[in-house]
Write a protein that binds this ligand. Structure first.
Ligand code: AMP
Ligand code: FE
Ligand code: FE
Ligand code: ZN
Length: 322
């Protein structure tokens, strides 16, 4: 695991004894009884608080990696990742900032995929960021984003709002990665919306006048690329997708068929009660669980690290980083 040591935190080393039929037994380090010859020891670290989903100026967030790291640290975060949309350019800065503060860090990215015209976000964690196939996939998705931005600008022209592309680029620190929030910020600046939320409601939300869908990317492409790069693919905020039960099941089947084994339970993008539903689902399915604020800016639903800690009966994704 590409983790750094940390201070002031609960650091229990657990030993997992892997028995036949994949039964895992937890035991305190050093007093484990080895049950049978097939037992395998894996030492893992436990964290009281983690934030494995957030956005910086490298995508549609407003803070730098350093600012995010500091705020997360102040809120008690011990393990952090940066998960910009389709972009890994901020990871080195986040890694250094985390290290300086004594937080553990893993690589991250939130990959934009699609199912039945609904955007599905797959968070990749602890992958090799130099992996060529993964970087090629991200490059391809960024190109699709840019094409969509051009089409959205055309729509704004038709709607009588000029200069949308330049306007959105001015709002984006990374002008090669344009997301709808950058258009939203431009709309606020020119007085056509009150805030991001209002801009989504009036202009850029699904089905609104300036909405253009991205060219699609299959869920399986992201899941496989992240896994092949040594990472863990995590279905982001499973409670947020506007899918009927049967359609959700179909989407989830694609995720698992491609090798997905983890989803987020506590996230700033879940509404009240959704964490509990997904905690039960994880327990029932034996899925690994992740947690993250999905912080973009001060007005985001959860502040850094304060999205709710994971219930202790669940199996956090960091136990499976290797
Ligand atoms: P995009 O990836 O360009 O389609 O933009 C999606 C991003 O827009 C999400 O990751 C959120 O950051 C943001 N977003 C989506 N829906 C809303 C909303 N209703 N209000 C504000 N921001 C939103
Ligand atoms: Fe976003
Ligand atoms: Fe997301
Ligand atoms: Zn996100």
């Amino acid at each position: 695991m590409k983790l750094r040591s940390c201070r002031n935190r609960l650091s229990i080393n657990l030993i997992f004894l892997q028995r036949p039929r994949n039964t895992l037994i937890k035991s305190a380090a050093g007093v484990a009884e080895v049950a049978g010859s097939s037992a395998k020891e894996v030492s893992v670290k436990e964290y009281k608080r983690a934030d494995l989903h957030m956005h910086s100026i490298f995508s549609d967030g407003v803070l730098t990696p350093e600012e995010l790291a500091k705020k997360a640290y102040d809120n008690g975060v011990e393990l952090i990742s940066l998960t910009d949309h389709d972009e890994t350019a901020g990871l080195e800065r986040m890694k250094d900032a985390a290290s300086e503060l004594g937080m553990d860090f893993v690589t991250g990215c939130e990959v934009s995929t699609d199912f039945a015209h609904v955007p599905i976000h797959i968070v990749g964690l602890n992958f090799d960021q130099k992996n060529e196939a993964l970087q090629n996939l991200l490059k391809d998705i960024r190109a699709k984003r840019f094409n969509r931005a051009l089409k959205m600008a055309e729509k704004f022209e038709e709607l009588g709002l000029h200069g949308a592309l330049e306007g959105a680029r001015e709002q984006a620190a990374n002008s090669m990665l344009l997301a709808r929030p950058h258009f939203a910020d431009w709309l606020v600046k020119i007085g056509k919306a009150e805030d991001r939320q209002d801009a989504f409601r009036k202009w850029v939300g699904t089905g609104k006048p300036a909405y253009v869908p991205r060219e699609t990317t299959p869920i399986a492409a992201a899941v496989r690329a992240i896994s092949d790069a040594g990472g863990i693919p995590v279905l982001a905020h499973p409670g947020r997708y506007p899918l009927k039960r049967w359609a959700f099941d179909e989407m989830f089947a694609q995720f698992t068929a491609a090798g997905g084994k983890a989803f987020e339970v506590t996230t700033g993008s879940h509404k009240l009660g959704q964490a509990e539903i997904h905690a039960k689902m994880a327990e029932k399915l034996g899925f690994w669980v992740s947690t993250g604020s999905d912080f973009h800016f001060e007005g985001s639903p959860a502040q850094l690290g304060l999205q709710g800690d994971l219930p202790s009966n669940l199996d956090p994704v960091w136990r499976h980083f290797s």
